[in-house]
Design a protein around this ligand. Sequence first.
Ligand code: ADP
Length: 761
Amino acid sequence: MSKQLPVRARVYVGGTALVAAALAATAIEMVPGHGGVLLPLMPGIAFLIALAECLQLRFLHRDMIQTVSVTEGTFAPLIFRGSGLQVVVVVGIGLIVASLIRRPGLTKSIFNTAMWVAASSVGALVFTYSGAGTGVATSSDVLALLCGVFAAFLTNQILFSGIMWCSAGHPLGTDNATIGWMVLAGRGGSLVASFILGLLMTSAYEWESWTMLLVAGPLVFLWLAGRAEASVRADRRLLDTLQGATHYLASSLDQSIALRQSLTEARHGFEVPEIQLVLVNERGFPTIHRCTATDGYSVEIAPHGLAEILNDTLIEPTRIGAGTPDHVVPLARLGHTRAIAAPLRSAHASIGVLLLLDREGAEGFEAGELAVAGALAREIVGFLARVELVKAIDEERRKLADIVENTGDGILSLDSDGTILSWNAGMAVITGYSAEEMVDTRHFGLLRPRDAQGSDMHLGSWADRPGSSSMSAEMQVIASDGSTVWLSCSYSRVPAREGHDESLIIVARNITKARELELLKDDFIAVVSHELRTPLVPIKGWAQTLLNRGDRLNDDQRRTAVRSILTQAQRLEALVLNILESSRVEAGQAEALDAVDVAAVAVHVVEDVLAARPDRQIRVQPPQVPSQVRGSTVWVERAISNLVANAVKYSPDDEAVDVLVSVSGGVVTVSVTDRGPGINPESQERIFERFERLEESHKQTGTGLGLYITRRLARGMGGDVTVSSLPGAGSTFVLTLPELTSPATVLPPTQRRTENVVNLG
Ligand code: ADP
């Protein structure tokens, strides 16, 4: 009570001491004594008072423990015979001795002493002024004595209720009606017992004064009997507590809920005002789970001096307090004087400590409580280990679920009769069927699975086939949008376990693209070898002719032969360059970036094309302003060359091709316009993909790589290439590249002006 006593309670204690002093002075003044108490017996009476104060009797009533105090009875002979001075001095000494034994703290000692001095003074005054005083044991003297004892009891009760009011806010220390009645019953019992003890002691004193002291015997025996009974009761209560606390630890894996309930139960069972469970992590940082009578349960991460000492040293449950000097100061910092500390040990390492704080009174903590505290600490360790285990399992499951859900591969499992047990997000993306549609159904057949040869696969009956090697590694299925998806599958059989049948896990990778590419590559190799061979035929033919009959050919014929060789060689070169560039672009290799004059490159490209096809009309129109970009000359040349070559290839020989270079808004644009067959809108994007060629172009030779390369190169330099076309009217391919504006890299104007409007056709 003394430690967190509110200020008003301290003031009240001061007031009580003053009242006690005043009442003592009045009693000393007004009570002359009725024969006086024999001096040698006075220490004996003080001893009895101290004994009665320390050895309070406890009894159990309706599961609640009540205390019976008979202190008033022990000073009845003093009231009967003694003077006011004797009463005050002997009661005062008795209470001081009791305080020294019980050590309830200074404030409480002062209050108890003052309260009993006041009560005994009132008792002596009432006895004196109630018509007694003859010193002869007449019935009126007996009545007066009972009045004196009752007055002392009443004073005591009033002063005690006052301190309860000040410290606990209620005169009975509780506003629970049942408990209130029990407290009153305990006090009534105390009064009756005090009456009886007082009469017996007074009678003994009158008969043979020293025999009065023999009452100490029954007092001690009663106390011992009460203690024995209390300890049996306490053991039962503690076992109930342990069972209750353990039950809460077993019934929830939510750490805060289980610890709240369990510690609350333990606090009630141990009858302590506070319990602290301090868990110290690997880095030595304490988390304090605190459960108090006033504030309930709370958790806090904070330094904890006592737990830090105990965590390193404590091996078994121990009582700490005055007997363990190392702990007194950190314990006092927590506001307590006594505690039981039980270590939390897991695999020989200490993970924290359980502290039961604080038991007041002479008894302190009992040995049985140490054992129960130790058992509770072990239960808590087991609980924390279970929580950790569940956390670890949860974490593993979460990781596994993340992997299964976030992998691009499809993962599904089937039970032995073909029911789909799981269907991950990857499977939903690949097939277009969601987990909700598929799980718990036998709808795998919806996908119409077929093997690489196109034969139907009956996965529902997988369990009838031995092993998984008989199942096709490549499977084609029909997705929800009707498209065919190729899957590369691996199969794992999971053997039957307790409560689970055998199941099949299929991991399916979408290889549709890779398969298409494979087919395209096969096509490509066929096309390229044909393309490479085609120009070689005329080259070889003309070369042969020149060699065998060169002297018989006229100049025109020779020129035709050489031009044909040149044209075919250029075709070969363009083809080889495209293939080379294609693999370089695929490998992510970039040319060194430089300032490139786009107009100059365009003119140069057109000149080259015209050299091979002098029969064609190709008009090039460079801009009046510089048309510099940052890029690679080779790349720009390749891009323009592909566009011009296509325009020439896919438009009639008698139609002109226009190449227009312009600069505007920081963009250099090269437009290549032909008057060929044009490209229908649906195919205008497709032709930029690898190996894509239009049906109608198949009479022309080609690889389907030119536009793909052109776009990759343009994008590699921060630009793009697009097409606009009207079927039947021709096409315009537009290459755009960001202009390089830095003046340092602009070419001298003289060099530009030489390339004006050229009509090389
Ligand atoms: P290739 O010309 O070797 O076939 P490209 O990638 O250069 O490959 O062109 C892809 C397809 O785009 C061509 O096969 C053709 O069908 C179409 N195409 C390209 N340029 C034109 C054009 N100027 N006019 C009509 N169709 C074209």
